[in-house]
Design a protein around this ligand. Structure first.
Ligand SMILES: Cc1ncc(COP(=O)(O)O)c(C=O)c1O
Length: 388
């Protein structure tokens, strides 16, 4: 640190310059992120609550009220009549809290968790931290977890089964209804990771899609991760964890010796109320109608992108269920790297040897059309073939 401070003008002007190196969602070039540009009301709300610390909620009763209202709205969306929860640092912390509850409830000496092969890598971190043995269940031909494989993986040490409603790689939705039956039959905890899908699937049935139940309507579902900082268009950090009812909180609570509340239930101690206020602002500004329109927009662009890719001869890994498109070429890794060099930020998924694009709300039709045009040119220039 330099000995004397610099003027505010200089500091901010340097920051503005440095920020130019960050990509902007509005450029339409970010095709690989599950986050998006925050809603305009979210940005203002975030600033208003910048000083709020929900780690010590007795000091910030307004923020606490907003967190309760936001989690209540999420619970209502996911049919959790008695659900309680928190806005946390992200899907990783939400998954951590769910498995902490499951492990502590079960009180098994060598605890195991059954996780689909397609589960998010946050479960690797969580299992490591919580000393849980991760047992992987295989997938069916549509990249959804196979309930027969899950059944085979369950034993007396199993403390939880995980299902994903919107996998990070393909947006696939596991057969949560089957997992719920298995969980109930075997007396194990079922956690649904709907970090991405939780703010999409509830609005799909109003469009043209019939999606099976994945939420608290299913008796076996004990907790759900649903992240406002993904399709909720709020500011980061805003993950969400919901439990079926408040009895689960007993298993994740920690006594706080000197704070305004006796117990804390999140892993992160000092945590912002700003993104909670931002989430509240988005929910109030958009309502169900606004969310439905956003989902409709993303699904329409997903269709445009998939049919464009197919008409250029590329093969889709699977028909998109949500707003994620994955496709292959004769050299998908090279194609992904080359696209990035040309300013198109797509993901390469080694496990499936494919390119993945997440069609988030910041994208517009013109971005998709420009991408498709460049893609063909780049593939041709580098001798990469769509069909192979
Ligand atoms: C399905 C799923 N679960 C969990 C996570 C982890 O969320 P975060 O990065 O907010 O911790 C992600 C992130 O993309 C995800 O897609």
């Amino acid at each position: 640190m330099q000995s004397k401070g610099r003027s505010r003008k200089t500091v901010l002007s340097e920051l503005r310059k440095i920020r130019e190196r960050d990509l902007r969602y509005e450029s339409g070039r970010i095709l690989c992120s599950m986050c998006t540009a925050p809603h305009s009301a979210a940005k203002i709300a975030h600033q208003l609550f910048l000083c709020s610390n929900l780690g010590d909620p007795g000091l910030f009763l307004g923020s606490l009220r907003l967190e309760k209202e936001v989690t209540k709205k999420l619970a209502a969306l996911l049919n959790g009549k008695n659900s309680v929860g928190f806005i946390v640092s992200g899907g990783t912390e939400a998954n951590l809290l769910a498995l902490l509850a499951a492990r502590n409830m079960a009180d098994v000496s060598s605890p195991e968790v059954v996780v689909p092969e397609s589960a998010h890598f946050s479960f690797n971190k969580v299992c490591d931290l919580l000393k849980l043995k991760m047992v992987q269940a295989s997938l069916d031909s549509s990249y959804r977890v196979d309930p027969v494989s899950v059944k085979k993986c369950i034993n007396k040490n199993t403390v939880a089964v995980i299902g994903t409603a919107g996998t990070a790689e393909l947006g696939a939705i596991d057969p949560i209804n089957k997992l719920s039956e298995l969980a109930l039959d075997n007396g194990v905890y079922l956690h649904v990771d709907a970090a991405f899908g939780g703010l999409i699937i509830p609005f799909l049935k109003d469009i043209d899609r019939d999606v099976a139940n994945f939420d608290f309507q299913l008796e076996g579902v004990k907790s759900i991760t649903v992240d406002p900082h993904k399709m909720g268009m709020t500011t980061i950090p805003a993950g969400g964890i919901l439990f079926r009812d408040d009895s689960f909180l007993e298993y994740i609570k920690t006594e706080t010796p000197y704070l305004t509340e006796e117990f804390q239930y999140t892993f992160v101690g000092t945590r912002t109320g700003a993104s909670v206020a931002a989430t509240w602002a988005v929910f109030e500004s958009l309502g169900v109608e606004g969310f439905r329109n956003t989902v409709k927009h993303c699904i329409a662009l997903t269709k445009l992108l998939s049919s464009g890719l197919e008409s250029h001869g590329f093969k889709l890994v699977s028909r998109p269920t949500l707003n994620i498109v994955a496709f292959r070429s004769s050299n998908s890794k090279l194609l992904a790297e080359t696209l990035r060099r040309h300013g198109w930020f797509v993901s390469y998924v080694p496990r499936l040897d494919c390119i993945r694009i997440v069609v988030m709300p910041h994208l517009r039709k013109r971005h998709i059309m420009a991408f498709l045009e460049d893609l063909s040119k780049i593939a041709e220039e580098h001798n990469i073939h769509a069909s192979f």
